[in-house]
Design a protein around this ligand. Structure first.
Ligand code: M6P
Ligand code: ZN
Length: 188
């Protein structure tokens, strides 16, 4: 019985660079992966016609995507904008919507945006040391509003899953634009 149990292990997280040693998977999303998500569609197409910049990378700790386990990863969002809107992650609900998540900022500056299906919205300004709790039933998207990479570490239940569908179809009700050199959170 005992030899069927998973063995304890550790990884190293580089707090400055945001990388994890021996990740299960490194996910890289470029501008074309976020089609239909930015506010300024025209500007999105104009940039994409010239280049396809890397927006963010995710380093996952190798753990099964199963009930009982805790998944974790770092996310590195690079600085940049499409029009006045800062680079962001796709954003998702959990497939099992009653699963929560914790994001802890390691480097840089960003925002965590959240909403519920019943129309509540929330945002948290993320700077190093800020550890945000995303309760069950809240979607989550992050963005980099600084000039350096924005890096955070996330932990969530192994069976949560990702549901991108409704955000792709309906859009995210909170957006952050640069206005007069500062980030402004807007409800759309
Ligand atoms: C965080 C976690 C991951 C997620 C990643 C990128 O690190 O929530 O589960 O994959 O952000 O976000 P998204 O999948 O919405 O692009
Ligand atoms: Zn999540």
């Amino acid at each position: 019985m005992a030899n069927e149990l998973m063995k304890p292990f550790a990884v190293n997280i580089d707090f400055q660079r945001g990388t994890i040693s021996a990740p299960a998977r490194v996910l890289r999303r470029t501008l074309k992966d976020l089609e239909g998500l930015f506010y300024d569609e025209e500007e999105y197409r104009r940039i994409l016609a010239k280049e396809d910049p890397l927006l963010y990378e995710v380093y996952e700790v190798p753990v099964p995507n199963e009930e009982g386990h805790l998944l974790s990863c770092t996310t590195i969002i690079y600085p940049g904008k499409v029009g006045k809107e800062y680079y962001f992650t796709k954003g998702h609900f959990h497939e099992k919507e009653d699963r929560a998540e914790i994001y802890t900022c390691l480097q840089g500056e960003g925002y965590l945006l959240m909403h519920t299906r019943s129309g509540d919205v929330a945002s948290i300004h993320m700077t190093p040391g800020v550890s945000a709790y995303i309760p069950p039933y809240w979607s989550h998207r992050t963005l980099n509003c600084g000039s350096e990479p924005f890096i955070f570490y996330g932990v969530w239940p192994g069976d949560a899953g990702h549901d991108y569908g409704s955000i792709k179809e309906e859009g995210f009700p909170l957006r952050v634009f640069e206005e007069n050199g500062v980030p402004v959170v807007k409800k759309i």
